[in-house]
Design a protein around this ligand. Structure first.
Ligand SMILES: Cc1ncc(C[n+]2csc(CCOP(=O)(O)OP(=O)(O)O)c2C)c(N)n1
Ligand SMILES: [Mg+2]
Length: 790
């Protein structure tokens, strides 16, 4: 017995109140709150009820203040009820579920008023997050000294195991042996639409065990166990284990007097005889007594997982979707809500009335005292983010000759890691593309992380793949979902593990989309990190269409909190990278403190195309280093002043056009500008270093204008560059749409040129021709833009 009878009674009362508050919270939002939209507010009473015992056992007994928990999205009302009972949530929020400024539909780290450890919403991600948080903790312990013991727990719906990302996370060697992880599967055998046919637990067990996990089950409650202990119960136990899911779930919709016949339908001989001694009511209580609603069984199951310290654990807790509610087990209960009458019945069963239905337990009651004691036990000190470092504004990377941005990235990172004050906090990760994205230099300097020193069987003179506890690169298998999950958790290390880090990930740019949901998840969770998508675009010419990214710039520009950076030249990348490191570290750059709180993740879109650096150096001479750097950071600068190439006597009469290039295609843009100059056109070349930041500054000034009902000012970042009103051509090795807003921002006609069809294998020159990005096409684009000018 893990609990005394009194404790059990107290916990059961707390559980009942938690369920009541969660159900009533949803009921209120749907039935009582004024509905101005005419659409259902929603909330999940059945999914919440399914988890109430698991969460009661965890929060009111099992957890300590160091533990971190991820809660299945549609159990958020249970989570908030618990936080209310623990004193972490004001009563006013109970009537603000799914309303502006109130409780979010699904647990949110950034939007909820109470302390959520992991955001959830997109099923499957909430399972993986604590696993990667535990991997992060292992890394932190290994590099910065052991932190207080913490357990990383995910409470997940059984249908979440359908998601591929779950199995990608389980299978990755980076999550091997994480003994502090426990997944509790709310095994109600129902998903959204249906009762899941067949019993999949055997298959899941094999999959987890195959990946080295400890697997256990919390299947039977005490009444069932008692019945199984009776003489002659063997046939009953066997049938209880074998009965098809759908048949079992259908029992809950039966009247007690009909339930026996339904259960016995198809049962082997002997079962009916054995069950004769139980009344209909007793039989109902026995058959519905699953372990996932038995607090003692749950606590024993959790303790069993705790005892396994050399590998992650998963425990299948058998539950009933809609437990304790009239909709229990109903195949259509996912979005169902109980009626007003049923609410009133439940309320009076709880001994509550309209006057006290939202009240906590009284402070003198056993339950009230228990809540207070747990509240104190679970309280944790506030975590602080930010490293007290000074990041240099440049690593003085070589910027003569020709070089690609991908190569510069490798060099800059390697250079930054020479600074012994900064180096300890840098951590890189990649899904099996570390060397092909130029992380090799960094890895040679710092090594690869593995909890134990590993012997090297091959000596590679170029790449020193030394694995051990001091390594600072975390190598992942080929899973872009895992990459973004890990980056997110490394970026939240300050909170979960009391240690801020500077996480940097690399990925082949087209496969950013493969990890997109996890990318969104991690930024939504408030994590800060750098990700380098490289190589990108059709510039990766011979690799063909499957490897040529086109729509990733839009992803980078449109994701809130993400800054898309796509420099063409070495020095620009160097400045931008150092600046991003400073932001992620929450540190000073030179002496300027980190501002721009809206920026969380920095997405560098790079290429392997070597580019002549001469034009950049010429621009630096013209503008001066300080001005150029500030413009590069703001998102754009004028690379070539078209007037310098047209006779001064023609300056007044010559047509003017802005050629706005992004990234690897700049040489073609420069060539086009020369061609236009020879035809007497003043063609300015603008190099957009950060489409994301440029767009953001335009939108901010617009929104300011809209909110104050005043004329929007011209964005500061655009002002010094677009000094003349002239038509625009945007040229980008990405979908033309991504830069197509610029004409609106400047109030001028625009021709947007980019890659709007699938790629194919060829040379860069061939592909630029095929996609109209060769300099001749750009010249024609400029002429078209000039003809549009009114
Ligand atoms: C990625 C994703 N796809 C679909 C959904 C919509 N959805 C929400 S809950 C759910 C069913 C979940 O079933 P299960 O995990 O078993 O939880 P239960 O409701 O049974 O507790 C679905 C399909 C979602 N939230 N996320
Ligand atoms: Mg389910």
């Amino acid at each position: 017995m893990v609990l005394t009878d009194t404790e059990l009674k107290t916990l059961e009362n707390i559980q009942a109140k938690t369920l009541w508050l969660a159900v009533r919270m949803i009921d209120h939002a749907n039935r009582e709150r004024e509905n101005t939209d005419g659409i259902k507010v929603g909330g999940h009473q059945a999914s919440s009820a399914s988890m109430v015992s698991i969460m009661t056992a965890l929060y009111f007994k099992h957890l300590n203040s160091n533990d971190r928990v991820s809660v299945k999205p549609h159990a958020s009302p249970i989570f908030h009820s618990i936080q209310y009972l623990l004193g972490n949530l004001d009563k006013k929020y109970l009537t603000q579920l799914r309303s502006a400024g109130g409780l979010q539909s699904y647990p949110s780290r950034t939007k909820d008023p109470d302390p959520v450890d992991f955001s959830t919403g997109s099923v499957g991600l909430g399972a993986a997050a604590p696993l990667f948080a535990a991997a992060t903790r292992r890394y932190v312990d290994s590099h910065f000294g052991k932190r207080p013991n913490a357990r990383f727990i995910a409470i997940i719906g059984d249908a979440e195991l359908d998601e591929g990302n779950v199995w990608e996370a389980v299978a990755d060697p980076a999550t091997d042996g994480l003994g502090k992880v426990m997944w509790v599967v709310d095994f109600n055998r129902q998903s959204l639409d249906r009762v899941i046919p067949g019993i999949r637990i055997a298959q899941w067990r094999a999959q987890f065990e195959g990946a080295g996990w400890h697997v256990s089950e919390i299947k039977y409650g005490s009444r069932l166990k008692k019945a199984f202990a009776e003489k002659g119960s063997d046939a009953f136990k066997k049938w209880f284990d074998d009965i098809p899911n759908e048949q079992y779930q259908s029992l809950f919709g039966q009247k007690p007097e009909e339930l026996r016949a339904r259960f016995l339908d198809g049962a082997p001989a002997g079962v009916a005889n054995f069950l004769q001694k139980y009344s209909d009511q007793e039989l109902f209580e026995i058959l519905s007594d699953l372990g996932g609603h038995n607090l003692e069984s749950l606590l024993e199951g959790f303790a069993e997982c705790d005892a396994v310290t050399d590998r992650p654990s998963v425990v299948f807790a058998y539950t009933i979707k809609g437990y304790g509610l009239p909709i229990a087990g109903d195949p259509r209960n996912h979005s169902a809500q109980i009626s007003e009458k049923q609410i009133l019945d439940l309320r009076s069963k709880m001994g509550l009335s309209e006057a006290d239905e939202w009240e906590k337990f009284s402070a003198e009651s056993a339950e009230g005292k228990h809540c207070l004691a747990r509240s104190n036990e679970l309280r944790r000190p506030e975590a602080k983010n930010g490293l007290d470092l000074t990041i240099p504004i440049t690593t003085n990377v070589k910027s003569t000759g020709t070089i690609s941005t991908q190569e510069v990235f490798g060099r800059v990172l390697s250079e930054i890691s020479r600074d012994e004050k900064i180096r300890p906090y840098l951590v890189t990760t990649a899904p099996d593309v570390a060397t092909s994205t130029n992380l090799g230099g960094f890895i040679n300097r710092v090594g690869v992380f593995h909890p134990e020193d590993r012997r090297r069987w091959n000596e590679d003179p170029i790449l020193k793949w030394a694995e051990g506890p001091t390594g600072q690169h975390i190598e992942l298998g080929i899973s872009e979902m895992n990459l973004f999950m890990l980056l997110g958790q490394l970026g939240l290390s300050w909170d979960h593990s009391g240690q801020p880090l500077i996480p940097i990930g690399t990925v082949y740019d087209p496969f950013v989309l493969r990890g997109l949901d996890a990318f969104i998840y991690s930024v939504y969770s408030g994590a800060k990190f750098i990700v380098t998508g490289t190589p990108s675009g059709i510039t990766l010419a011979p690799e063909g269409g499957a490897h040529q990214s086109t729509i990733t710039p839009s992803v980078g520009m449109e994701l809130p909190g993400v800054v898309l950076i796509e420099p063409a030249y070495a020095q620009a990348l160097d400045w931008l990278f150092c600046d991003s490191v400073a932001h992620v570290a929450g540190s000073k750059i030179n002496t300027t403190p980190d501002l721009r709180p809206e920026e969380l993740a920095f997405y560098f879109r790079l290429t392997t195309r070597p580019i002549d650096q001469t034009p950049f150096n010429a621009a630096q001479e013209r503008l001066g280093e300080a001005l150029l750097r500030s413009q590069v950071l703001a998102g754009a600068y004028r690379l070539i002043d078209g007037r310098d190439h047209v006779a001064e006597s023609d300056h007044q009469s010559a047509p003017v056009v802005h050629l706005v290039g992004v990234g690897a295609v700049l040489p073609e843009v420069i060539q086009a500008a020369k061609e236009l100059a020879s035809e007497g056109v003043i063609a300015h070349v603008i190099d957009v270093t950060s489409p994301g930041r440029l767009y953001g500054s335009w939108q901010r000034t617009l929104k300011q204008g809209i909110r104050t009902a005043s004329t929007p000012s011209f964005p500061g970042a655009l002002r010094p560059i677009f000094t003349e009103r002239a038509p625009i051509v945007s040229i980008h090795d990405g979908a033309s749409h991504a830069m197509a807003w610029l004409g609106s921002a400047l109030g001028m006609p625009q021709v947007a040129m980019g890659v709007d069809s699938f790629g194919q294998s060829a040379t860069i020159g061939d592909l630029y021709k095929i996609h109209d990005l060769d300099y001749g096409s750009i010249v024609n684009g400029a002429l078209a833009a000039l003809s549009l000018d009114v």
